[in-house]
Design a protein around this ligand. Structure first.
Ligand code: VG1
Ligand code: CO
Length: 566
């Protein structure tokens, strides 16, 4: 306890016009938070003000981040503001670290009204990189659009914020700290918790740890390689995979969280996790995985770097779902995928007669379905996989899900994948990212393309490239109506659907911090077993040609190739 109560101040501020959260929180360059006066304070106050005072007063909230540059400085401010805004108790990960799935888990376990996550996920960090803030609600999931929109509206007219400027927390020591504030009856409590413990405990109840231990360290154990990409998931990998499941210490690399992620993009894809891909090539390891900065994404690789596309990954988990004890107990209520994710999951849903939901991009759309008991397993093409055990995607969970499948089937990653394609057919899939293109050019391209595909004559049109012809069956700008609360989300991506089931999709990213990122997604189904082992880039080349021609993407952006191909 402090000797005299801490001062609570209300200070004046001026609003900023650009604090609208995107696909997953507010993301800006670090210097924006550092140099624009009260930029952080304004957004944090907008979050608190969006919560009804009666709900906020005396409540518990969770706070954690991926350890990127500015993490601890921001945490000190947020603690000061939480106290001044009537929050009763803050649960914070030790040293301010907590992965996104762990925050979701802790919000649920501690009966918190929500949590604040300091992360820009897969975006680079460091003084020249990005910083980000996400607000999650009481179910542990990202705030739905109605809430983020309310936060944004408050931020546009904000005039003051509340803060206890003298309050300082010690983030290093696990335990309780209490503070007396002036004008408050009850002390304000900060609880520093081990960042891994609750989360590890949850996984122990989802998976068969004995079987996984046998797989990783038993007599016929496999060799794995896990790359934490210098992000927050490192300590989780060490504790759970190495210490507990017995994988050797050198099977996990880049496990010390770095403020700048070692100068890398902490993004688990074939481009930014190329070190892992290279180290898998000589066949020394049977299984490989990489994670993003905040630990919610995962990339799965097999021996020799065999790549499992994320859209296939969720479909494989769905087809083998009872290899995971959690689902044996809970049953399976439904599957879901984001719209641009390939339809591989749909094939499993059809075969198993389980309901499938198609949502817009971003994890926030899955939460309602889960809370209503409609959804058990879901995924996004962007390396996100998860289930209703929490309300965020969960990288380590996906790895343990795959290991459970390998342990049960006694097969390699590649064998599991190829068998899956033989059973269900294969959805060839690729995504092209054009990063940091000129915003005006990108917006104009999307508008023009929407005009083209909205023309009545577009449906039925034929496109021929080489020997293949595709006929348009349907085209639109994807719109989602939430089956639980009826809310409608518009403008979620341009879709061109062909008669043979192939799809071309264009979207603008909502997670970048400078310029625009155009994403082009291609999905094409093949059920001829003799044609399931082709190179996706070759197989999809005609559809890519059609997409680029229709959109005039290269001409309009001045680019002649994407920055990242997945
Ligand atoms: C991207 C992905 C999306 C994912 C989001 C957050 O959004 O496409 O599927 O949910 O990132 O992931 P966008 O708008 O840039 O396409 V993460 O790991 O930031 O939390
Ligand atoms: Co992430």
């Amino acid at each position: 306890m402090e000797d005299s109560p801490l001062q609570v101040l209300t200070l004046p501020t001026a609003p900023y016009p650009d604090q609208r959260p995107g696909t997953s929180g507010l993301r800006k360059k670090v210097f924006v938070f550092q140099t624009k006066r009260n930029y952080l304070h304004n957004f944090i106050q907008s979050i608190f003000s969006s919560i009804d005072l009666r709900v906020r007063q005396g409540s518990t909230m969770v706070l954690g981040g991926d350890g990127r540059y500015f993490n601890t400085a921001a945490i000190q401010v947020i603690v000061q503001m939480a106290a001044a805004n009537g929050v009763g108790r803050l649960v914070i990960g030790q040293n301010g670290l907590m992965s996104t799935p762990a925050v979701s888990c802790v919000i649920r376990k501690s009966k918190a009204i929500g949590g604040i996550l300091l992360t820009a996920s897969h975006n680079p960090g460091g003084p020249d990189g990005d910083f980000g803030i996400k607000f999650n609600i009481a179910n542990g999931g990202p705030a739905p659009e109605a809430v983020t929109e309310k936060i944004f509206q408050i931020s546009r007219t904000i005039e003051e914020f509340a803060i206890c400027p003298e309050l300082r927390v010690d983030l290093n020591t696990v335990g309780k700290q209490t503070f007396d504030l002036e004008n408050k009856f009850k002390p304000f409590t900060v609880e520093i918790v081990d960042s891994v413990e609750s989360y590890a405990n949850m996984l122990r109840n989802i998976f068969d740890f004995a079987a996984l231990k046998e797989l990783l360290s038993g007599e016929n154990h496999i060799q794995i390689r896990l790359d934490a990409m210098n992000g927050v998931v490192g300590p989780y990998v060490k504790k759970i995979l190495c210490e507990e499941l017995g994988s050797p210490a050198n099977s996990a690399i880049n496990c010390v969280p770095q403020e700048d992620f070692g100068g890398q993009h902490p993004d688990p894809n074939l481009t930014y996790a190329s070190d892992l891909v290279e180290s898998m090539k000589n066949g020394q390891y049977d299984f490989g995985a990489a994670f993003d900065g905040d630990g919610d994404r995962n990339m799965i690789l097999g021996k020799h770097g065999f790549f499992v596309s994320p859209s296939d990954s969720v479909a494989v988990i769905a087809a083998n779902i009872f290899c995971i004890p959690y689902f044996q107990h809970m049953g399976v209520r439904g599957f879901a995928r984001s719209m641009p994710t390939s339809a591989a999951l749909d094939n499993v849903a059809r075969a198993t007669k389980i309901q499938l939901y198609e949502t817009p991009t971003g994890w926030k759309f899955f939460g309602n379905l889960m809370d209503a008991g409609h959804l058990s397993l879901c995924g996004e093409e962007s390396f996100g996989t998860g289930s209703d055990h929490i309300r965020e995607k969960d990288g380590l969970w996906a790895v343990l899900a795959w290991l459970s499948i390998l342990a049960t089937n006694k097969k390699s990653v590649e064998e599991v994948m190829v068998e899956h394609w033989k059973t269900y057919g294969r959805n060839y899939y690729t995504r092209y990212d054009y990063e940091e293109v000129d915003i005006d050019a990108a917006v104009e391209m999307m508008l023009e393309l929407e005009m083209i595909i909205s023309d009545k004559a577009f449906v039925g049109q034929m496109f021929t490239v080489g020997e293949r012809t595709f006929q348009v069956e349907r085209a639109d700008n994807f719109e989602y109506s939430d089956p639980v609360d009826g809310s409608i989300s518009r403008n979620q991506g341009l879709r061109i659907m062909f008669k043979d089931g192939s799809r071309i999709i264009f979207r603008l990213s909502g997670t970048g911090s400078s310029g625009a990122t155009i994403r082009l997604y291609i999905d094409s189904y093949e059920n001829d077993v003799n044609k399931i082992l082709q190179d996706p880039q070759v197989k999809l080349s005609e559809l890519v040609t059609i997409a680029l021609k229709l959109s005039q993407l290269h001409e309009r952006t001045g680019r002649n190739s994407p920055t990242v191909i997945t």
